[in-house]
Ligand binder design. Structure first.
Ligand SMILES: Cc1cc2nc3c(=O)[nH]c(=O)nc-3n(C[C@H](O)[C@H](O)[C@H](O)COP(=O)(O)OP(=O)(O)OC[C@H]3O[C@@H](n4cnc5c(N)ncnc54)[C@H](O)[C@@H]3O)c2cc1C
Length: 256
């Protein structure tokens, strides 16, 4: 894909949770991208140009605008601007599409999408992509959040799964405040009923990067997924992190 730098304007800002917002950017010219891609967002702050990477959370079928799902980093530079200032109508630039962890690498027809926290934005874009493909057999979506109000895109995934019998969605929350109707715990506590044979697994969240063990057996894929999910939960938040596991009967590959 051609990497372009395109001017755009922030057209809409929607609260996803108390600490996450969806930013819609109207682009001056269309951006062609694959689900799973990210862009560098450039904007001016105090006379200085700043740049940060954000995954695209919108459907790749829409090219004249895109959405980014942004988590507030309390001591950060760019993300808090969306909480502290009126950013509507602000001029920005996006550079992209960037990233190797895109939907085209997932060549199977049985798809698992795991999203943690703000990583659910990428899962949204991937889910739209796979839902549009008639060859896809099943799409299992699992999101992990702290509590009820942090569960992002609930309505979106509900509508998607109600319209399409191939799609299963599960939201897991880690804090039990006594009112939640979601399963309580971590995503890895709820994968025993999942069959990873001949599947493609995408894991995305804001976490420290790790290395993957590679191996041919489905048990090994299962163990890898469990250990990745544990890493997401147990290690301190550092970097945005994607893992794509393609398990195709005899091969496991990972792409960072
Ligand atoms: C490929 C990729 C995709 C990404 N996709 C997304 C996405 O979809 N959504 C998303 O929200 N983010 C995403 N990120 C992360 C994003 O690029 C930014 O890193 C994030 O928004 C924080 O930027 P910031 O300017 O607010 O914080 P920065 O200024 O970059 O600060 C980074 C971290 O350092 C800490 N810090 C900064 N200054 C201080 C200080 N003085 N004292 C203590 N701590 C400090 C902040 O708390 C923050 O957590 C992605 C990153 C990559 C690499």
């Amino acid at each position: 894909m051609n990497i372009q730098t395109i001017h755009g304007v922030i057209d809409k800002i929607t609260d996803l949770s108390p600490t996450a917002k969806e930013i819609t950017i109207e682009l001056d010219s269309p951006l062609t991208f694959l689900a799973g891609a990210f862009v560098n967002l450039f904007l001016e702050d105090g006379g200085e140009k700043i740049r940060r990477a954000f995954s695209i959370s919108s459907d790749a079928g829409t090219k004249d605008s895109l959405t980014l799902s942004i988590r507030e980093s309390l001591q950060g530079r760019m993300s808090p601007l969306f909480w502290k200032q009126d950013m509507l109508g602000k001029s920005v630039k996006v550079m992209g599409p960037l990233g190797k962890n895109t939907a085209d690498k997932m060549r199977g027809t049985k798809i698992f999408l795991f999203g943690f926290g703000i990583g659910v934005g990428v899962v949204k874009s991937l889910a739209a992509h796979f839902a549009n493909r008639p060859d896809i057999e099943s799409i299992t979506i699992s999101t992990g959040s702290h509590n009820n109000e942090d569960v992002m895109y609930q309505e979106y995934f509900k509508i998607l799964s109600e319209k399409d019998a191939r799609i299963q969605v599960r939201h897991v929350v880690s804090q039990n405040d006594g009112t939640t109707h979601f399963p309580v715990g971590y995503i890895q506590n709820y994968i025993d009923d999942m069959d990873f044979n001949n599947s493609n697994v995408y894991v995305c969240g804001q976490e420290i990067a790790c290395t993957l063990s590679k191996g041919p057996s489905p048990q090994r894929v299962q163990r890898t997924v469990v250990s990745l999910l544990r890493l997401f939960i147990e290690t301190p938040l550092k970097n945005f992190f994607f893992v794509l596991l393609n398990y195709c009967a005899s091969k496991v590959s990972s792409i960072f």
